[in-house]
Every structure is written in C-alpha cells, then in structure tokens.
Design a protein around this ligand. Sequence first.
Ligand SMILES: NC(=O)c1ccc[n+]([C@@H]2O[C@H](COP(=O)([O-])OP(=O)(O)OC[C@H]3O[C@@H](n4cnc5c(N)ncnc54)[C@H](O)[C@@H]3O)[C@@H](O)[C@H]2O)c1
Length: 301
Amino acid sequence: MELTAGKVAVVTGAASGIGFALASRFARAGLDVVLADIEVPALAAAEHKIADLGVNTLAVPTDVSDEAAVQALAAAAVERFGAVHVVCNNAGVESDADPWFGPVSAWKWVLGVNLWGVIHGIRAFLPHLLGQGGGHFVNTASIAGLYPGFAPSYDASKHAVVAISEGLYNSMSLAGLPVGVSVLCPGWVRTSIMDASRNWPASLGEQPPPSLGSEVVSKYVRRAIDEAMRPAAVADLVADAVVEGRFWVFTEQSFVDLVVRRWQRVAERANPDRGVDLPGMPPSAQLREEVLALLGLVSPE
Ligand SMILES: NC(=O)c1ccc[n+]([C@@H]2O[C@H](COP(=O)([O-])OP(=O)(O)OC[C@H]3O[C@@H](n4cnc5c(N)ncnc54)[C@H](O)[C@@H]3O)[C@@H](O)[C@H]2O)c1
C-alpha cells in the first residue's frame, strides 16, 4: 500500500519508542496520525511533536488491554478522519517478575497488553478497513515471537502475536480481501521498554518484585538496548514493508540466525539449547555464573 498524504495511520503505544517513531515516519510521508497510549502526559507531548510535522493528529488515551477502550479508539479515529488505512498494534510491556513463583498478576499484565491489545486492535479496526475498501495492519511482536529466550510471559505473548498475524494474513489472502498484514520482529531497539513498569496498572494490585537474578540480566539488557539501533530506523523498515506488502519485518540478521538455529534443533528433535549467546549480551556461561554468584550458589558443572 502506498503511504501518501491524506491517508490515516493509527499507532498504539505512540507516546514513546517504536510507536512514536512509527507516528513520525507516517507523518513525514504526509499521513494524518491517530496516537493512542496509556501514558497521558507523554501522549500529549508526542501529539504536539507529530502535529509540528504539519499533519492532522488525534490523541486518544487508551489502555489497549481494555476491549471497550480500543473499540472507542477505532470509533474516534473514524469519526475524526472518516477512514483508517494503517493500524499499528504496537503497545507492549515486559515484566521481570518471577514467572513461576511470583504473582500471576505479572502474566495478566503482559498478556493483557501484548496479546489482548493486538487482538482488540484487529477486531476493532478490521470491519472499518474492509468497509472502506482496504488497509494494512502492522503488529509489533519481537524476535521473542520466534525465539523463546527472554522472559516466559513476554515470549508467550510475542509468539501469540506472530501466530495471530499469520492467521490474519492467511485468512485475508485466502478470501482475497484487500487487507495487508506485517509483523514486526525486532531485536534490541533503543527505547524505554526496560522501564515498562511505569505503566503497571493499579487495578492489578501491588507491583510484583523482580525475580532473583533479574538484577544481573536486566543490567546487561539495559546496556544492549542503550547501544541498540534507533527506533527511527525500525520505522523506516516498517514503512518499506507496508509499501511492499511484506509480512516479516526483521531488524537484524544475527537475531534471525538465532531463530533458524532454534528451528534446526526442532527439526532434529534436539532438546532446547540453554547455552545460546544472545546478540549484544555477554556469553551465556558468564551470565549463568554471575546469577549463581548473586544467589550465593556455585555452578553444578
Ligand atoms: N525495545 C526493544 O528492544 C523491543 C524489541 C522487540 C519488540 N519490542 C516491542 O516494541 C513495542 C514498543 O515498545 P518500545 O520498545 O517502543 O517501548 P516503550 O516503553 O518505549 O514504548 C511502549 C509504549 O507503550 C505504551 N503502553 C504501555 N502499556 C500500554 C497500554 N496498556 N495501553 C496503551 N499503551 C501502552 C507505553 O506508555 C509506551 O508509550 C512493544 O510491543 C515491545 O514489546 C521492543
């Protein structure tokens, strides 16, 4: 789909990071932009910056985990602009709570935003896209949607986003319907994702403590993210994918290699490889030693 002036893009999680970069990229192409986010002051600031690029904007405070809020977002976008052409289901969070011994609220939060946010976004906007003759969804997953090596709740949510995106792509193309789909699977990107807990919802009770050992891992993930590619470069890749009607959007080959290696092991019926070194991170053996030292334990090997 061509990105031309007069078209309309909706971006969730638009107040920061990749979402803000997507909003800027679409505005630079002349599209009007609907910005949705749960963080209201940051959303207002983002809207001002996008409006300064000379396009029409609409900011809609939205919790994407809330179906009614996402339906209201779609209604507000259509009421203001008459049509919507690109929908980026991008809002996402991560939790460093212990997945097995911590409270279940951390799972509910991550799945609520990362998984249900995408489901609600598709279900709210698809009828409008079809009714007006077409459009394009961009769902932000992660390389964690193809390689489960981060946190289990995050990996699970992103695997689901990849599966849902592929399902939507298949059903649209099998039925010959003019709705394109891309799934964004980045490696590290320089954003505020490691401070996602700033948006922990009070409705889920007290914020869970970080898991034992996450102190070590978080330090290195923060470093990898601080040194990673800028969101604007990711937004350029997404814009190209929308224009070319391309499904997969990857940011770095080193992460794709990780996925291929994992699937080779699947085909060989080999057990998961716990010793994989992630790009931008210290060797996994070093990480394991540091976590064990933090816990006052010695390596069993
Ligand atoms: N940064 C990375 O390294 C990386 C890598 C792979 C995938 N991703 C994904 O990219 C997407 C964007 O994250 P980012 O890295 O730009 O982080 P970010 O924290 O900079 O931006 C996320 C935005 O989502 C918003 N948000 C959080 N909860 C929300 C909710 N319930 N409803 C609406 N908005 C909500 C936040 O307020 C924030 O503005 C996420 O889906 C994330 O999982 C990020």
